[in-house]
Design a protein around this ligand. Structure first.
Ligand SMILES: [Zn+2]
Ligand SMILES: [Zn+2]
Ligand SMILES: [Zn+2]
Ligand SMILES: [Zn+2]
Length: 800
């Protein structure tokens, strides 16, 4: 038995290797078949009564649209706890409404476990048992564009799917669209869910390809198009909030009104969009009203108007402050995000930003843009309104370095500040707030072209700080670096404002040795550095350029300017120490010289563009002193060819001086006259090594003719007889005379030609074996060896 198994195993292994790809295809086909079976196994729901009776788990699918006939539910549509898989099959739930007076209303009860009749289950002590489950809903529409469902409550926690989701639940919504008009007296109201609780398994909940259309109108806090109040980690991908969301109070957003629950409430948005109008009092954002843990945005867009009457207002996030003691590093990040919506507040004290209003933790923005007009308030920024890390009693924060970084970001939207006291307005960052905690802000490769204006009342007597990149860096303990950036925006302040092209104001106080006044230099260096920056926009202060600074005003702060430029006439002076920045003319700019001096982060298409830009085609200077673009078509005309190696020669580009490699341009094969041929590069004269002719022979009777198939060299010579009296041309010696035999011998120079047809051969001595024969023999030998080996193994096993 054992030997048989061994033989089987050997054969099986050989077959497996051969059949593996086929088997793989088979497995995929089986899986597809299994899916189909699952789908048909799902119980089909066709009526309102069947839908209302859902309970427990199991797999369900709608067989048609379900019309509830205008039925009004007072809390749940499905009163029993249901956590099965619901596949809408592309159908809709239509024509019903919810008029709740109790907390936690919605289609499903995701709060407590119940019996099938909806009676709450209790534990031994009589407490209700939380319905902690994985909820899966897909391919479903609720309501329709023409007839959105109506959902209302006089209480808290209201959502179309559930008002309250039990602690420990995971939510998975895929391709679900809701058309609803939602009104609530209370708080925690969402287009999908009112409130979620922490999911301590840290399994991310998911909304994928989901959309909310309609309105959510609240009187209380925490109101949004998806989840009013979330303590659950959620990933949103390819989702849309098109609903108008409004509340009389705080934490109002397109997706999540507020997050809460420390590390359980991380949010992620990928390819998501808000087009709804979001309005309320404080903490108002296109995606998140108030965040208390991490939020990461990728390739997402806000197009909705964000309108607040209070503070903390942003195109994406109104307010973020981490409330946990285990979080460090970047809290909110934007990657490839765009705000196009107008962001505004009617409050003179508002903190407001194109992407984000207030950040109390680290923020990173990369490749992100504000195009929307940002209006009103005290702290106004194109990307972030105020960076405000706080000294707290939390020990972990004592040593944390908080960062704000903006890389390759743009502000093209107008920024309008309208405040009563001393405000700040910056093209990228409105202000930082001093709090005795160390922070670092770096702005790199950013551009600001949207105008900055102070529209505060003319009689205003307190200065606002207007800066093309940063309005105010107001920290004694912190570092600010602004580099490789361009401000082409006009900046118009009132007669009392400080107006600067790059940094509006800083109050750093630095000791004579350069260290901070309060803390040791090695731990807390004070850095205010502006490097490789360019101002092109006109600065005015009460209508005049008087006391405007192209780079940074120098009221109380110290700082360094390195390699900066400004268009002459845009500002009265440069400031900081007045060295490191100089005025340049439009002619200098258009010639490309300044783009060159600014460095590799900048570009300017010479002869086409009159101004440098961030990115683009860098300007360089060649040995002759001429400027050229790094990306150009090499000019190789009239340049001498130089041999580089056997494969290529070089020519020198007249523009950049680079030796550009090109393949040799060979002419025809030439006969060297010595039995060999070669080729010559027509450009550089490089000659290839000589190769023996590849000749074929024609018997002419007395002589034969040899022709090289490569160079066509032709020669006629006497036959050369081998010992059998046969010539390479195939002629046979008729009558051999001693004389002929000797004279027929090839001359010393000529090689003996092989007596075989052209092709690939294995050569052993004088023996030429065709390749096909070699392969056949090898395969037969290999088979014999394998057979012998198997046979030996079997024989040995038999003996054992
Ligand atoms: Zn070149
Ligand atoms: Zn050549
Ligand atoms: Zn030849
Ligand atoms: Zn011959």
């Amino acid at each position: 038995m054992k030997k048989r198994r061994l033989v089987c195993a050997v054969v099986w292994l050989l077959l497996s290797a051969l059949l593996l790809p086929a088997l793989y295809v088979g497995t995929l086909a089986d899986e597809a078949a299994a899916d189909a079976t699952d789908a048909t196994d799902a119980k089909v729901i066709r009526t309102a009564a069947e839908f209302e009776a859902l309970h427990g788990d199991g797999s369900y699918r709608l067989g048609n649209d379900i019309d509830f006939g205008g039925k009004v539910y007072d809390r749940y549509v499905v009163p029993a706890s249901f956590w099965g898989t619901l596949d809408g099959g592309g159908y809709a739930l239509l024509n019903f409404s919810v008029r709740a007076t109790e907390e936690g209303a919605g289609i499903f009860n995701m709060e407590y476990e119940t019996e099938a009749d909806g009676t709450a289950k209790t534990d031994e002590e009589g407490n209700p048992i939380a319905a902690a489950h994985i909820y899966t809903v897909s391919n479903l529409t609720v309501g329709s564009e023409a007839h959105p469902i109506s959902v209302s409550s006089t209480s808290n926690r209201l959502g179309v799917f559930a008002g309250y989701v039990a602690d420990g639940s995971v939510l998975r919504f895929t391709s679900v669209t809701v058309y609803a008009e939602i009104t609530a007296e209370g708080q925690q109201v969402g287009g999908f869910l009112g409130r979620t609780m922490p999911n301590r398994l840290l399994e991310q909940s998911l909304f994928s390809d989901c959309a909310f259309y309609g309105t959510v109108t609240g009187k209380g806090a925490n109101v949004s198009g998806f989840v009013g109040y979330s303590a659950n980690p959620i990933r949103f991908e390819k989702c849309l909030n098109a609903g108008d969301i409004t509340s009389d109070t705080t934490n109002v957003a397109g997706y999540v009104g507020v997050t809460y629950g420390a590390k359980y409430c991380a949010l992620e948005f990928v390819d998501c969009r808000n087009t709804g109008r979001i309005s309320g009092l404080n903490c108002i954002g296109g995606f998140i009203g108030k965040g208390q843990y991490t939020a990461r945005f990728s390739r997402s867009v806000n197009e909705g108007e964000i309108a607040a009457s209070g503070t903390h207002v942003g195109g994406f996030v109104g307010y973020e402050k981490n409330t946990t003691d285990y979080l460090s590093g970047v809290t909110v990040s934007f990657d490839g995000c765009t705000n196009r919506g107008a962001v505004s507040s009617t409050s003179a004290g508002a903190t407001i930003g194109g992407l984000m209003g207030s950040a109390y933790d680290s923020v990173r923005a990369v490749d992100s843009v504000n195009e929307g007009k940002v209006t009103g308030g005290t702290f106004v920024g194109g990307i972030l309104g105020c960076f405000n890390p706080q000294q707290t009693s939390d020990s972990y924060k004592q040593n944390e370095v908080f960062t704000f970084t903006a890389t390759k970001c743009r502000n093209t939207g107008e920024l309008v500040i309208n405040c009563t006291g001393s405000g700040s307005c910056g093209g990228i960052l409105g202000a930082t707030s001093w709090s005795g905690i160390r922070s670092v802000a770096v702005v790199d490769m950013c551009t600001v072209s949207g105008a900055l204006r102070d529209e505060s009342a003319e009689e205003k007597t307190t200065a606002s700080r207007m800066g093309g990149i940063v309005g105010r860096f107001d920290k004694e303990v912190g570092e600010l670096t602004i580099k490789n950036s361009i401000v082409s925006a006009t900046i118009a302040g009132t007669a009392v404002d400080t107006v600067s092209g790059i940094l509006g104001y800083t109050n750093a106080t630095v000791n004579s040795d350069g260290s901070d006044t309060e803390l040791p230099e090695e731990t807390n260096p004070v850095v205010r550095r502006i490097e490789n920056c360019l101002l092109l926009g006109q600065l005015t202060r009460g209508g005049s350029t008087e006391k405007t600074a192209a780079m940074a005003t120098n009221y109380a702060g110290d700082g360094t300017l390195v390699n900066c430029f400004y268009l002459a006439g845009t500002a009265e002076k440069a400031e900081f120490g007045e060295s490191g920045a100089r005025a340049v003319t439009a002619e200098e700019l258009s010639g490309g010289e300044i783009a060159l001096l600014l460095g590799s982060a900048f570009g300017q298409k010479l002869g086409e563009e009159t101004l440098p830009s961030v990115g683009g085609n860098p300007v360089l200077r060649n040995a002759a002193g001429t400027l050229y673009n790094q990306i150009h078509t090499h000019d190789l005309a009239d340049s001498p060819f130089e041999r580089f190696n056997s494969g290529s020669h070089t020519r020198e580009c007249k523009i950049c001086g680079e030796k550009v490699r090109e393949a040799h341009r060979y002419g025809e094969m030439q006969d060297a006259g010595d039995g060999t041929h070669f080729r010559v590069c027509g450009d550089c004269g490089f000659e290839t090594s000589h190769q023996a002719h590849t000749e074929s022979y024609t018997d002419n009777g007395e002589t034969h003719t040899a022709v090289c198939s490569v160079c066509k060299a032709t020669r006629t010579e006497a036959h050369r007889w081998d010992e059998n009296g046969v010539c390479v041309c195939g002629a046979k010696k008729a009558a051999v005379s001693e004389e002929e035999e000797t004279t027929g011998t090839p001359s010393g120079e000529q090689e003996t030609k092989p007596s075989h047809a052209p092709g690939i051969y294995l050569v052993i001595g004088d023996c030429y074996i065709p390749l096909a024969v070699v392969i056949v023999v090898s395969v037969v030998l290999l088979a014999a060896v394998v057979f012998l080996a198997v046979w030996l193994i079997i024989k040995r096993r038999k003996r054992i």
